[in-house]
Design a protein. Sequence first.
Length: 425
Amino acid sequence: MDLKVEKVDRISGCIKAPASKSYSHRAFIAAALAEGESVLRDPLYSEDTLATLEACEALGALFQRYPDKCIVQGTAGYIRTPENIVDVKNSGTSVRILSSIAAIAPRANYTIFTGDESLRKRPMQDLIDALENLGVTIVSSQSNGTPPIIVKGGFDGGETDIKGDVSSQFISSIIMAAPYSKKPVTLNVRGTFVSKPYVNMTLSVISKFGIEFEYDTTNVPEYSSYYIEPQKYECADYTIEGDYSSASYMIAAASILPSKITIRNLYSNSMQGDKLILDIVEKMGTKVTRDDSSVTIESDGCLKAFDVDLSDAPDLLPTVAVLMAAAAGTSKITGVEHARFKETDRVHNCAIELKNVGLDVEELRDGLIIKGTPKGGFVDSHMDHRMVMAFYVLGLKIGDVKIKDASCYDVSFPNFLEVMDEITK
């Protein structure tokens, strides 16, 4: 589906942020591993999170889905082997976290994960290497470090190292599976630790499901360590908070256009790294009013250039790129080399598509320098949900933007168009 975006004059209204994709993934998995029945309130049912939910069903958990809640009968860690290959479509979070989870199945059993063409290019070798040190038999079927991934049951535990500058999902993966290892697990994170807020989210979720852990940051630079003893997940009644990642598109639209909008279900004490979007738009000239569970955005639509390090919030790259495209002056984004290994190479593809709408863009190893005035044009989504939504926002400002293959926004924000229609009426 191609999508033409028309220019609008202003943004207004009061709207609820969609549930967090990252928290929904983790809550589905924790509830599936728990002993007893859990209730998950306000879950997100998107293409990505449903990939996790359906994979957890294949591993033995039972899910009853309702619009406002999900009731989960957990496995208590007694994972079964799926009858078929598990297809997680385009969900990198699913394949990475569940590869460790599958290892707690009985030793004689094998689980195979695959996905679409994009997912089969996602790097997994660092996770494979780290799991092998914990007694897990796991291989890339093509011997190239990418899915399909074959996991043999058996998670002995012990100590392993992993690099912190590739994907926080690898760290979350081992942490979530570790309670069901045979021996305690010590996970040492070496080097620069990117996207650390996502690991903190993982720790927050597992703690709500009864898991205890120790975390050590020594005086040695660029070193962190997690220690988890064998234990069981407990069932929980857990409410999933709103998603700053998805709300970033509403926040960006309200910043680049004359606006006053309130977004509910965004918590001031959230651990989400993408909460950084509020600081960014504020420094670019938007008025931001925060309370405990909502945010109000007011703007005259005139933004100033700004330089930002997004190393802890790489999913914001497309959103921030279009904010900077709409700002006066030259802006610089750094710290996002790891965004090259998302659904697409987001650094390169953002550069290409910003140029296609008239911007002067310099592509850096770990970011972008953006200046000029956008003029509209044809944008290729590269089948990346975040590219679609970000360039839709830019189209509201400048008009005459047509986005190719736009329907992939379903991956994280199924009612995106309905929400944007509501605040642009």
